[in-house]
Structures are given as structure tokens and as C-alpha cells.
Design a protein around this ligand. Structure first.
Ligand code: FAD
Ligand code: UQ1
Length: 442
């Protein structure tokens, strides 16, 4: 539902009026104004700020983010496997945000889209002419009974947080014998391949360290499939069969009992059926949701709680001076940094057009990618669009496990992220794909 006020804002007159209101606000201790405010300085927010602060000049763009560190989260899979350290994956936020943008090191606690302002935890009101929401997705460890306590006990770990990721390699090293369980929750998550990547890495680790025959490896996923895109799911079924891994579909972790080292799973097709499974190692992917602060602003979100944007233009459905990028949006594609890379060029063009009073006309194709690491030297590079069709960069069968793709993931991608994407230079592999498929229709 679009509110009366939202409908009015959608008209050119309404937009002009509210922008004038924003521009009139003065800057004082508790009240600042910017041409563009970016909420969240992660992958999408930082790249957006880089693009627009160089275009609009110093003092015109603010990024609001309370975090000290900016993490390259895709590296956490490798941190979990002991191939990189947590320290390799992060840089101080002050070093990655663009110099021409003002960093407001506060947390956004409220949105007021009718009055073009956001409110911070320090009580500041930040006015904007244009807003980009890039808050990411929220991880909810506390939604699984017993999990937060269990994450302080041996063998329980999770690659989805800088607080817990170091526990994964420790659990691998300390593993002696028993069940090694890996979970996928009953909510949308970021990087839907990551819950199983660490399982393949663990399997190889156990093999290399002489404990594979003592390990029973089981994947419990809430999904009805191993992976959402058939081409890659078929390849992954071959991997699990070949490596003697058990897959339990439609099973959701609902409780962890650290005292007895048991995980409780619910069969989603027969909700009354619960199973208690002993673990020696338990890697948990927690349930996730849209950030609380966004969810509570009903004018901005859809029924699922995610920012309601046009899936092609990335412009908000009710407020034309608001755009969204990345994991916090309701764009129906898999939530990844690669998707953010695919979105950033569209956002650059469309937001610039709206700033010039034009109608946005660039369309995001839903490109996303998941480098499915299957061990210490192999990777299946899944790339697809929002209709679930493969959209591959390289003219080879990308469903095959390859060393080249592993090196791209481990050695090349981090540089592309820090130097290219966060500085506003990398907009995804669209042109590489076109060059690689010269003469074909992709
Ligand atoms: P984020 O990068 O998460 O940034 C959100 C920012 O918002 C953060 O800086 C946060 O501090 C800030 N924020 C939150 N709340 C507030 C608030 N109230 N006020 C102000 N600021 C706030 N992607 C890939 O492409 N390939 C991979 O191989 C891959 N592997 C992954 C493996 C793991 C284990 C994980 C965890 C993620 C992986 N991803 C991968 C996903 C990728 O990291 C995310 O999709 C990407 O970071 C999303 O970017 P974003 O800007 O939407 O959100
Ligand atoms: C990508 O662009 C990207 O963003 C920087 C990732 O995030 C880390 C990726 O994992 C991948 C695979 C891409 C796509 C890039 C190429 C060259 C296929």
C-alpha cells in the first residue's frame, strides 16, 4: 500500500517541494543536510559513496555507519578453512570510505521518508535530498534456542560473523571423531552457497589430516534443493555423492543443547517430527532478516520487511528520491557482493538521471554469483540472473570444479573488491562476459 503522502511525493510537484524543504534545513550540531545520504558503508554503501562523492564533490555526500571495520565477508569462508585470517578480511572503515564523503560514525535508528531525514542513535537528524539505503541483512543468532550459549562451547562455530568465524578452523583442528553437522536456516540468507562451501572444505581437511573415516558429515538444509539453480545443484549432488556426505533436505535447526552436544532439527514437511542429533562439530548458518530499523518503517518496506524497490531501476516504489542496493532490498535475486557489483552501475546511472530531473532507464538484469568453493583448490563458479538462468562470464562449463576459479576467488577477487568495487571502478563482469562470448548472444 502506498500512503496518501507517498502518492503525493511521487508527483513531480511533491518531489520538488520536499527537496526544497530538505535544502532549506540549516546545519547545526543536531541537524545536518546533504545532497546524498548513504545509510550503511558496506559493499553497496561504500561503492555508492565513492561514485557519487567524486561526482558531486566534497561535503555533498554522507555515509552513516557505526562500524569500526569494513569486512570483505566473502573471505570468511576461507578464514573458516584456515586459508586466510580474519585480519586479512577487514580494513578500518576510515580507510575504505571515500575521502570526499563525510563519515557519520553513528547508527541509524529511524527513517522519516516523508520529511527526507534519518535519525541516529545520538539523536542527530540528517536531512537528504537523495537517500541510498545499503544496510545489508541482519543475522539473528538469538533466534535459535541455546545457540548463543553453544557458540561459547567447543565444536560450535559459524562463518557468518567476525565474532564466531575463527571458531570454525579451531573446530576443524580439534575434531577427533563423530558427527560434523552443517546447517542452512529457514529464511533467505546472504550467499546461499556459503553454508555448504565450508562443509566441502571441512571434508577435505578431515581427509588430509587422517580423520575422514572417523567423521560423519551431514548437511541439514531447510530448502527442498541442494542449490537453487539446477545446473549447479546437479554438479553439487555429484560432489556430495562422491565424497560420502549425507544431505537432509527440509530440515531446520531449532535448538542447540551444548551440555549434551545435541542439535535439534525440525522436519519442515512434518513439523511434529523433531530429531536430536549428537555433534562433535556444528557449523551454523543463522536465520537472517531485514534490519530491525528498516522493518519498523512500514512506508519503506514490503510485506517481507525488505526495502521495496523496483527490481530493475533500484528506485524505491513510493519515494522517488530513495534508492536501494544490496542485501537489504527486496530484489528477487540471490544476495551477494557480486549482485551488488551488478547493481552499482545501474544505481550510478539511474540516481544521476533522477538528480537531473530525468526518468531512470537503466535496468538491472539480476546478475548474481556464488563461487562454490569445494575444497582447498577447487571451485564451481555459479553465475545466474533473477530468473534462475545461468549468466556465465567464461566460455567454459562453469558447473565443473576448477582450480582456475578457486584462484580467482581466493587471490584475485579480494583485490577486485578493495581496489575496484569499493572505489567505484568495478561494476560486475557484464563487459568481460560480452567480450568472452563475442559472436554469441549473451
Ligand atoms: P554489507 O556489506 O553487509 O554492509 C551493510 C553495512 O550496513 C555494514 O557496514 C553495517 O555496519 C551497516 N549497518 C547495519 N546497520 C546499520 C545501521 N542501523 N545504521 C548504519 N549502518 C548500519 N558474496 C559474494 O559475492 N561472493 C561470495 O563468495 C560471498 N561469500 C560470503 C560468505 C559469507 C560467510 C558471508 C557472510 C557473505 C558472503 N557473501 C558473498 C555476501 C556478501 O558479503 C554480501 O552480500 C554483501 O556484503 C552485501 O553488501 P551490502 O552492502 O548489501 O551489505
Ligand atoms: C564479483 O563481481 C564479485 O564482486 C566483487 C564477487 O564478490 C566477491 C564475486 O564473488 C564474483 C564471482 C564476482 C564476479 C566476477 C567475475 C570476474 C566472474
Amino acid at each position: 500500500m502506498i500512503s496518501q503522502r507517498g502518492v503525493r511525493l511521487l508527483t513531480a510537484h511533491g518531489l520538488r517541494e520536499s527537496l526544497q524543504k530538505a535544502a532549506l534545513s540549516t546545519t547545526c550540531a543536531n541537524h545536518k543536510s546533504y545532497k546524498l545520504v548513504v545509510v550503511g558503508g558496506g559493499a553497496g554503501g561504500c561503492a555508492t559513496a565513492a561514485k557519487f562523492s567524486s561526482k558531486l564533490g566534497k561535503g555533498q555526500v554522507a555515509v552513516i555507519d557505526p562500524a569500526n571495520m569494513h569486512y570483505y565477508q566473502p573471505m570468511w569462508t576461507l578464514v573458516g578453512g584456515g586459508m586466510k585470517t580474519l585480519e586479512d578480511s577487514g580494513k578500518p572503515m576510515s580507510e575504505v570510505l571515500p575521502r570526499k564523503a563525510d563519515w557519520i560514525k553513528q547508527k541509524v535508528v529511524g527513517f522519516d521518508p516523508h520529511n527526507n531525514k534519518v535519525i541516529t542513535n545520538e539523536g542527530q537528524e540528517i536531512n537528504y535530498e537523495y537517500l541510498v539505503v545499503a544496510l545489508g541483512i541482519q543475522v539473528n543468532y538469538d533466534q535459535i534456542k541455546g545457540l548463543t550459549d553453544a557458540l561459547e562451547t567447543p565444536g560450535v562455530c559459524s562463518n557468518y560473523s567476525p565474532i564466531f568465524v575463527k571458531r570454525t578452523f579451531k573446530s576443524l583442528k580439534n575434531f577427533k571423531e563423530g558427527n560434523a553437522l552443517f546447517t542452512f536456516p529457514n529464511t533467505p540468507i546472504k550467499c546461499a552457497g556459503a553454508p555448504q562451501k565450508i562443509m566441502y572444505i571441512s571434508e577435505e581437511y578431515f581427509r588430509k589430516h587422517g580423520k575422514r573415516d572417523k567423521a560423519n558429515i551431514v548437511y541439514y538444509t531447510s530448502l527442498p534443493v541442494l542449490f537453487g539453480i539446477k545446473k549447479y545443484a546437479d554438479a553439487l549432488w555429484e560432489v556430495v555423492k562422491e565424497r560420502n556426505i549425507t544431505v537432509n533436505l527440509r530440515h531446520n535447526l531449532i535448538e542447540v543443547k551444548p551440555d549434551s552436544k545435541e542439535a535439534v532439527f525440525q522436519n519442515l514437511d512434518k513439523p511434529e517430527e523433531l530429531s536430536n542429533v549428537k555433534y562433535e562439530m556444528l557449523h551454523v548458518t543463522p536465520p537472517m532478516s531485514s534490519p530491525d530499523v528498516l522493518r519498523k518503517c512500514s512506508a519503506l518496506v514490503d510485506g517481507t520487511g525488505y526495502l521495496k524497490v523496483n527490481k530493475e531501476t533500484l528506485q524505491h516504489e513510493s519515494f522517488p528520491n530513495i534508492f536501494g542496493i544490496g542485501d537489504c532490498t527486496n530484489i528477487p535475486t540471490s544476495k551477494t557482493a557480486a549482485a551488488v557489483a551488478g547493481q552499482i552501475g545501474v544505481l550510478r546511472k539511474n540516481l544521476s538521471m533522477v538528480m537531473e530531473g530525468k526518468t531512470p532507464d537503466s535496468a538491472y538484469d539480476g546478475y548474481t554469483s556464488c563461487p562454490l568453493v569445494t575444497g582447498y583448490s577447487t571451485c564451481i563458479l555459479a553465475e545466474f540472473d533473477m530468473n534462475g538462468n545461468p549468466l556465465e562470464t567464461f566460455p567454459v562449463n562453469q558447473a565443473k570444479e576448477r582450480r582456475s576459479m578457486f584462484h580467482m576467488k581466493k587471490d584475485i577477487m579480494p583485490h577486485m573488491y578493495w581496489m575496484g568495487m569499493l572505489n567505484g571502478y568495478w561494476e560486475g563482469p557484464k563487459y568481460v562476459r560480452k567480450a568472452m562470448h563475442l559472436g554469441f548472444s549473451k
